[in-house]
Design a protein around this ligand. Structure first.
Ligand SMILES: [Mg+2]
Length: 371
C-alpha cells in the first residue's frame, strides 16, 4: 500500500540511565533518543527512533547531526512524496543522501510503522512474518566495578529476568579486564553464558593474548576485539580460536558482511537497524550471513522502546543463533511509550498491534524533549 508523507517532525529526547553504563570509549549517564514523527495522508502517523551511544565517541553520527540530517536534507526530499514501500523510500534516500544510516533508519522505521497501521498489520508481517513472538534478551553488566557487576548479575538471575550476560571491556589494561571477566564468570557459574564486548579497543597482538585467556576461562563469545578496519585481523582471529567472534562495528551493511564472509570469517554478525539504515536494510545483512553460514545476533544501540521494537520486528523474522540484546529500555529511568515492553525469563514479547504496536505518550515526549 502506497504511503504519502505529508510532514516530518524530530525531537532530541534525553532520558537518564539507571546507573552509569561504562563502555570502552565512553561512560553513559544519559541516553539521547532522536525521535521522528512521520505524518502521512489519511491521518496515519508513523514513529521512528535513531539512537547512538556515547555521542561521537562511538560513531560518525551524533544525535544532533541525525536531527539536522533529517530536518535539513531528508524531510524536504521526502515530504509530499508517495512511496509504494520501504524499497522505494530507501532508493530515494540513498540516491540523494550518502551514509547517515541512523537518520535513514529512523525514517524507514516510521514508514514501516505508518504502512503497518494503514494495512492493519504488524511490522514483522511486512518483513516476512515473525517466526516467534518471544525473543531472548541478555543483559549487559557495565557498571565498571567487578563486585557491583557480580551483585547485579546475581540479582537478575534470582529475579529470573536474564540468564545470559555481556560484559563491556577494553577501557582498562588487559590484565585488569581479564581478571574482571573471569571473576564474573566464576561467580555466576557454569550454567550462565558470559560474553564480552571489547568495542574495538585491542590491537591484534593484545587480542591474541586476551582471547587465549578468555577462551580458557569459559567465555562464550568475544565481540569486536579489534578495530573495524582490520578485516584481515578479524578473519584470522575467527580461524585461530574456538571461542567464536561476534563482528559488530566491522559489519554495518550487506557489503561488509559479504566482504568478511568471503574472506573466510567464521562466527556471527551483530545486526543493528541503525548501522544498516533501517529494519529492511539490516535484514539484507542477515541474508548474506545466512548464505555464508555465519550466525546472527540481534544488536542494540541502546535504543528506547521505539527503536528496540523496530529491531525486534526484524529479528523475529530470522533465526538468531546468539539471541538478542534488546534491553535498552531497561537501562533507561523512564520511557516515552504508554505501555512498556514485557521483559521476563530472559525474553521479551514482540508487540502484536498494527505497525510497531507501540503507542507514544506525547506528554512524556514533550517533558523529556530537549528545549
Ligand atoms: Mg558491540
Amino acid at each position: 500500500m502506497s504511503i504519502t508523507i505529508e510532514s516530518l517532525a524530530c525531537w532530541l529526547v534525553d532520558i537518564p540511565t539507571i546507573r552509569p553504563h561504562k563502555l570502552s570509549m565512553a561512560t553513559m549517564g544519559c541516553q539521547t533518543l532522536t525521535i521522528v514523527r512521520m505524518q502521512c495522508a489519511n491521518g496515519i502517523t508513523g514513529w521512528g527512533e535513531a539512537t547512538t551511544i556515547g555521542g561521537l565517541s562511538y560513531g560518525a553520527e551524533s544525535p544532533e547531526a541525525i536531527k539536522s540530517a533529517i530536518e535539513t536534507y531528508l524531510a524536504p526530499l521526502l515530504c509530499g512524496q508517495t512511496f509504494s514501500g520501504p524499497a522505494a523510500l530507501a532508493d530515494k534516500m540513498n540516491a540523494h543522501v550518502k551514509g547517515n544510516t541512523f537518520a535513514k533508519s529512523a525514517l524507514e522505521t516510521a514508514f514501516l510503522d505508518a504502512q503497518g497501521k494503514a494495512l492493519g498489520l504488524p511490522v514483522s508481517s511486512l518483513l516476512g512474518g515473525a517466526l516467534t513472538t518471544r525473543l531472548p534478551v541478555l543483559w549487559t553488566l557495565a557498571s565498571g566495578d567487578t563486585q557491583k557487576d557480580i551483585e547485579e548479575g546475581q540479582r537478575l538471575l534470582a529475579e529470573g529476568r536474564h540468564d545470559t550476560f555481556k560484559l563491556k571491556i577494553g577501557a582498562r589494561g588487559l590484565d585488569v579486564d581479564i581478571r574482571h571477566a573471569l571473576a564474573i564468570k566464576a561467580a555466576l557459574g557454569d550454567e550462565v553464558s558470559i560474553r564480552v564486548d571489547v568495542n574495538q579497543a585491542w590491537d591484534l597482538t593484545t587480542a591474541i593474548k586476551g582471547m587465549t585467556q578468555l577462551q580458557d576461562g569459559g567465555i562464550d563469545l568475544v565481540e569486536q576485539p579489534i578495530p573495524l578496519w582490520d578485516r584481515q585481523g578479524l578473519i584470522a582471529l575467527s580461524q585461530r580460536f574456538a571461542v567464536p567472534i561476534l563482528a559488530d562495528e566491522a559489519v554495518s551493511t550487506s557489503h561488509d558482511g559479504y566482504a568478511l564472509a568471503s574472506g573466510g570469517f567464521t562466527g556471527a554478525y551483530a545486526l543493528k537497524i541503525a548501522k544498516a539504515g533501517g529494519p529492511v536494510q539490516a535484514l539484507k545483512l542477515a541474508q548474506v550471513a545466512q548464505a555464508a553460514g555465519v550466525a546472527l545476533y540481534g544488536g542494540t544501540m541502546l535504543e528506547g522502546t521505539l527503536g528496540s521494537v523496530a529491531s525486534l520486528h526484524a529479528w523475529s523474522t530470522v533465526r538468531m543463533q546468539w539471541g538478542t540484546e534488546m534491553f535498552g529500555p531497561l537501562l533507561l529511568k523512564d520511557d516515552i511509550v504508554v505501555r512498556p515492553l514485557d521483559f521476563s525469563h530472559g525474553q521479551v514479547t514482540l508487540p502484536q498491534g498494527p505497525g510497531l504496536g507501540v503507542d507514544i505518550d506525547e506528554e512524556k515526549l514533550r517533558y523529556y524533549a530537549r528545549k
